[in-house]
Design a protein around this ligand. Structure first.
Ligand SMILES: C[S@@+](CC[C@H](N)C(=O)[O-])C[C@H]1O[C@@H](n2cnc3c(N)ncnc32)[C@H](O)[C@@H]1O
Length: 275
């Protein structure tokens, strides 16, 4: 399971057998994934629109080094709008496309930092629909060749459709807390490890502890998120306890409309780069 590349066809994902002969189309878990049945087989497909990758590929390299340009580009690529309460109007109005789950004002500046790090391998723990994974991989490929990019999640992800046509990439459906994954991460090395899976304190600590000897740059999502106290606590501890090991960077800009509506802070990207 760990090494096998998915052979799932390009827009649909064979799910499992059912005993229903008619086609049903209905929302599954979120409006982003759909489940349908043809004869005895269930399929999942998503509305992830990979054609938008062309906006990255058609950009000039000098523009891709400019965070203002990147902010506009991320908006054009399209967002995951699952948790609307956390989303600013700019995200809500641009749902769809690559289904990226990020604030463009944070992620644009984060990408600018990554560009300077000569990253050749990437793993995202908790990729969900894969928007952040696709954007990160495509952005890095504009500057360096990427040897290996791996997306993992405990659920099926439409990112398999992207992985099929990009040889350096792989989606693995696996629990990051399983023995199989510990074995996998112990036997692999990644320049960039993005931790965005289980957001409990125990979960994020597990993902860091099992991978800390297998990477150079560790990224934590939701470091100031008021609804992810475990990640906030873990990030603050890492900053206090590992000052000699890492240089730390934070991208935590908020949107006024979200703050006005909720009086809470969301997302936030923390980067720890080994000295
Ligand atoms: C916030 S979402 C990730 C969003 C994604 N990184 C993005 O930017 O679009 C968290 C994901 O982590 C996955 N997850 C939670 N616990 C996990 C675990 N133990 N192992 C692997 N994935 C996990 C969930 O299924 C979910 O899809």
């Amino acid at each position: 399971m760990l090494t096998q590349k998915s052979t799932i066809p390009s827009i649909s994902l064979k799910y499992h057998h059912s005993c229903n002969g008619v086609l049903h189309l209905f929302s599954f878990e979120t409006p982003i994934l759909y489940l349908f049945k043809i004869n005895k087989i269930k399929y999942i497909f998503s509305i992830m629109d990979l054609t938008r990758i062309k906006f990255i590929k058609e950009s000039k390299l000098e523009d891709l080094q400019n965070s203002n340009y990147l902010e506009d580009l991320i908006i054009k690529l399209g967002f995951n709008t699952e948790i609307l309460r956390e989303q600013p109007k700019i995200v809500k109005d641009n749902g769809g496309g690559l289904l990226i789950w990020q604030y463009p004002n944070q992620f644009s500046k984060y990408l600018c930092l990554l560009r300077e790090q000569n990253i050749k391998s990437y793993i995202e723990i908790g990729c969900r629909w894969g928007g952040t994974f696709v954007l990160t991989n495509e952005y890095l490929k504009m500057f360096n060749s990427i040897n290996k990019s791996v997306a993992i999640d405990i659920i099926d992800s439409p990112v398999v459709n992207y992985c099929i046509s990009n040889n350096e990439t792989q989606f693995i459906k696996i629990n990051s807390q399983s023995k199989e994954f510990i074995n996998y991460i112990n036997n692999n090395y990644f320049d960039l490890i993005f931790i965005d899976g289980d957001h409990s304190y125990r979960g994020v600590k597990n993902d860091y502890e099992i991978s800390k000897n297998s990477g150079k740059i560790f990224v934590f999502h939701d470091i100031i998120n008021d609804v992810c106290p475990g990640v906030v606590q873990f990030w603050n501890e890492l900053k206090n306890n590992e000052k000699n090991t890492y240089n730390f960077f934070e991208f935590t800009e908020q949107y006024k409309d979200v703050w006005n509506d909720t009086r809470q802070k969301f997302l936030g990207i923390g980067v720890a780069i080994k000295k």
